[in-house]
Design a protein. Structure first.
Length: 368
């Protein structure tokens, strides 16, 4: 990694009309500023993430993050950040506004790809508004087909941008302006409609994340002299769950619930029981690509509620170690996982201790 991500978060946001700076207003459980920081970290594209702010913030537990003091205006904060990283020999630099928390990691990857062949890459969207230009008392119609709205993050060859910034002492609204003023080529790529800039409180309301729910269910017969796997770990018991894979009903139910959240069919479609490739496969291996898809689509796991339905083994005795295993597999805090044990009062195949079932509800959120 030879790239740096600069997050500009020193603005006062006067149009937001709040005593609290807009970058610290809460969006889906955390301050606005942290959404961009977390996406930059999650992308794994950057050797260093420089946060430019004039406020005290709780620094995330991540070595790559550096905090520096900003300027009185956006372009001054940008100049300070570029000066700060000057000696660190970064090849490329990405510059982003903290007021745009809704960009995707896919956009970062697209920008990175285009930067291999260009010295400036900027995302844009078109406008569907009827636009006028006012000069004194005269109003002129503009052809919206010729208009684009630029967004951040924008990315640049560091040496080129540093030179342009160092020679500029006038107000600019973004770094692309420097390239345009100096007649330098910019590669414009399609941006994201949802990547709006938070200017007013109404803007903040527009991008509250959507929440999706999924339900998963699985049941397997018990078979003597077979290992029992629940939640990705071996549970000592005289019988295990019969299945094409290891029969882990907890992980199978979680997979189905996550797929439900993403509207992506079911576990049987992805892992058919007539495919020898998946014979005796461990369930954590089945879960991994599902979580990778979840990450690529910018979904975040909110919580998981699990009902493990069996007479034995005791859920209470194994609850903590199952939750510990799931926190590692899912990469979430244990507070987001709830595991309950349910019996069926000796009724049916489960009541006769011949099977174990599981049902799961998963909640995820994203900004799409």
């Amino acid at each position: 990694m030879s790239d740096c991500f600069i997050l500009l978060a020193a603005g006062k946001g006067k149009r937001f009309k709040s005593k609290k700076l807009k970058q610290f207003h809460i969006l889906n459980g955390k301050p606005l500023i942290y959404h961009s920081i977390e996406k930059a970290i999650k992308s794994k594209l950057f050797k260093e993430i420089v946060v430019v702010t004039n406020s005290k913030i709780k620094k995330p537990n991540e070595k790559s993050i550096k905090l520096i003091k900003g300027g009185s205006e956006r372009f001054k904060s940008s100049k300070k950040a570029l000066e700060y990283i000057k000696k660190k020999k970064f090849k490329n630099v990405f510059i982003h506004d903290a007021a745009r928390p809704n960009f995707s990691i896919q956009l970062l990857n697209k920008l990175k790809k285009e930067l291999k062949k260009n010295k400036a890459v900027v995302p844009y969207i078109n406008t569907d508004h009827s636009v006028k230009y006012k000069e004194s008392s005269k109003i002129v119609n503009l052809n919206r087909e010729n208009l684009i709205l630029t967004q951040t993050p924008q990315c640049f060859d560091f040496k080129t941008l540093y030179k342009l910034s160092n020679n500029n002492n006038n107000f600019i609204s973004d770094e692309a302006t420097l390239f345009i003023k100096n007649n330098l080529k910019i590669k414009f790529i399609r941006g994201e409609e949802d990547n709006i800039k938070i200017t007013t409180k109404e803007d903040l309301k527009k991008i509250r994340s959507k929440i999706f729910y999924g339900i998963g269910f699985d049941i397997h017969r018990l078979e003597k002299n077979k290992k029992l796997y629940l939640g990705g770990i071996h549970i000592p018991y005289h019988s295990g769950l019969r299945g094409h894979s290891d029969g882990d009903v907890i992980i199978h139910s979680i997979i189905d619930a996550i797929l439900g959240c993403m509207r992506k069919n079911d576990i049987g479609t992805l892992y058919p029981n007539n495919n020898l490739k998946y014979k005796n496969i461990r369930s954590p291996r089945m879960l991994k690509p599902i979580l990778e898809t979840l990450k690529k689509k910018d979904y975040n796991l909110n919580n998981i509620d699990i009902n493990l339905i069996c007479e034995r083994p005791s859920v209470a005795k194994n609850r903590n170690k199952i939750i510990k295993s799931l926190t590692k597999l899912l990469n979430i805090k244990k507070e987001k996982i709830n595991l309950k044990g349910k019996t069926v009062e000796k009724l049916g195949i489960i009541g006769k201790e011949k099977a174990i079932a599981c049902e799961v509800i998963v909640s995820v959120s994203n900004y799409d």
